[in-house]
Design a protein around this ligand. Structure first.
Ligand SMILES: NC(=O)c1ccc[n+]([C@@H]2O[C@H](COP(=O)([O-])OP(=O)(O)OC[C@H]3O[C@@H](n4cnc5c(N)ncnc54)[C@H](OP(=O)(O)O)[C@@H]3O)[C@@H](O)[C@H]2O)c1
Length: 277
C-alpha cells in the first residue's frame, strides 16, 4: 500500500505514508496499571452515519459507501497496539448470522503480516484478548470458537442472569461483573481491567459501548475517520447512544490528516481527538 496523506494539523503540509501512520503511536506503552490507556475508533460519513439498516439484513452494518481499505488498515494498526479489544454481545450475534463486517482484528490476511510481526517484536502476544460487554448475555457459543486461542472475558452487571453466566462458565468462558444493575459501568470496568494486567484497551464496539466509556470519563483517545460523503437514510447509528452527556464532553484535536478524492473514491480525513477532562 503506497498511499500518502497530508498533515493538516499540527504543522500542515507534510506528506506521510498512510501505512504506519498509527502504528507509530506506541499505545501499548501509554497505559499504567492504575490507569490503562483506553481508545476507540470509528469511521463516519459527513452526516454522522457509522452504520445503516439494510433491507434484507437483520442488523445494521457499516455503510458500504464509507468502508474502505485505507481506513481498515489504520483500524488494524490500532488493534496491533492493543492488549485487549472491547467488543459487544451484538457483534457475536451478528457474526453468528453471517452479517458481521469481518473477524475481530488483528486480521490474518497477508497484508497485515507486518502488524502481527510488529506485535511480537514489541513483546506483545500474537493477538489481543477479547472482552465482550453484554447485559443480556445472549452470546452464541459457536461464534466464540474462532477466538478460543485468546483469553475471552464476558463482562456484565451484578444482576445479570445467573443461569446464562453458569452456561458461559461451563463452556470455559470467564465472566466478570462490573456494574450494579445489568449494565457494565465504565468507572468499575477500566480499573478492574487494569488490575488484570491490561495496559492498552481498544474499544471496537458501537455507540452504546462508546457512551459507557464517555459517561465514566475513562476514554483517553478517539480516532475518527471522516469519509467525505453524505449518505442520508432513515435507519442509522451515530457515534454515541445513551443518556444526554451533561456536561457535553469536549475534545481537543491532536492531529488531522487528509487523503484527497481520487477518481470515484471520496476523500477522507483522519482525525485524532483527546477528551479535555
Ligand atoms: N463505523 C464504525 O466505525 C463502527 C464502529 C463500531 C460499530 N459500528 C456499527 O455500529 C452498529 C452498532 O454496534 P454495536 O451494536 O456493537 O454497538 P453498541 O451499541 O456499542 O453495543 C450494543 C451491545 O453492546 C452491549 N453493551 C453496550 N453497552 C453496554 C453496557 N454498558 N453494559 C453491558 N452491555 C453493553 C449490549 O449487548 P447485549 O445486547 O448482549 O446486552 C448491547 O446490545 C453496528 O452496526 C456496527 O457495525 C460501526
Amino acid at each position: 500500500m503506497q498511499i500518502s496523506v497530508t498533515r493538516l494539523y499540527p504543522e500542515p503540509g507534510y506528506q506521510q505514508p498512510l501505512k504506519g501512520l498509527y502504528l507509530q503511536h506506541q499505545l501499548h506503552r501509554e497505559g499504567r496499571p492504575e490507569s490503562p490507556f483506553v481508545y476507540s475508533n470509528f469511521i463516519t460519513s459527513l452526516d454522522g452515519r457509522i452504520s445503516l439498516g439494510n433491507p434484507g439484513n437483520a442488523t445494521h452494518t457499516v455503510p458500504a459507501a464509507t468502508a474502505n481499505p485505507h481506513d481498515w488498515r489504520l483500524y488494524q494498526e490500532l488493534a496491533g497496539q492493543a492488549d485487549l479489544l472491547i467488543t459487544s454481545g451484538r457483534y457475536f450475534r451478528q457474526s453468528h448470522i453471517g452479517e458481521a463486517q469481518d473477524q475481530l482484528p488483528v486480521g490474518n490476511q497477508q497484508e497485515f503480516d507486518d502488524i502481527r510481526e510488529w506485535r511480537l517484536a514489541q513483546g506483545l502476544p500474537e493477538q489481543p484478548d477479547v472482552a465482550i460487554l453484554s447485559s443480556s448475555l445472549d452470546i452464541p457459543l459457536a461464534a466464540l470458537e474462532p477466538y478460543r486461542h485468546r483469553r475471552i472475558l464476558v463482562i456484565t452487571g451484578e444482576s445479570s442472569d445467573q443461569t446464562r453466566v453458569d452456561l458461559l462458565q461451563k463452556s470455559g468462558i470467564e465472566v466478570l461483573r462490573a456494574g450494579a444493575g445489568t449494565r457494565v459501568e465504565g468507572q468499575l470496568l477500566i480499573p478492574q481491567l487494569g488490575r488484570s494486567g491490561y495496559r492498552s484497551i481498544y474499544a471496537i464496539a458501537g455507540p452504546a459501548v462508546f457512551h459507557t466509556l464517555l459517561e465514566a470519563n475513562v476514554l483517553n483517545r478517539l480516532y475518527l475517520t471522516i469519509a467525505q460523503q453524505l449518505l442520508g437514510g432513515e435507519l442509522y447509528d451515530t457515534l454515541t447512544r445513551g443518556a444526554l452527556l451533561t456536561p457535553a464532553r469536549s475534545m481537543s484535536l491532536v492531529s488531522l490528516y487528509h487523503e484527497p478524492c481520487t477518481g470515484v473514491a471520496a476523500g477522507q480525513l483522519f482525525a485524532v481527538f483527546e477528551p479535555r477532562y
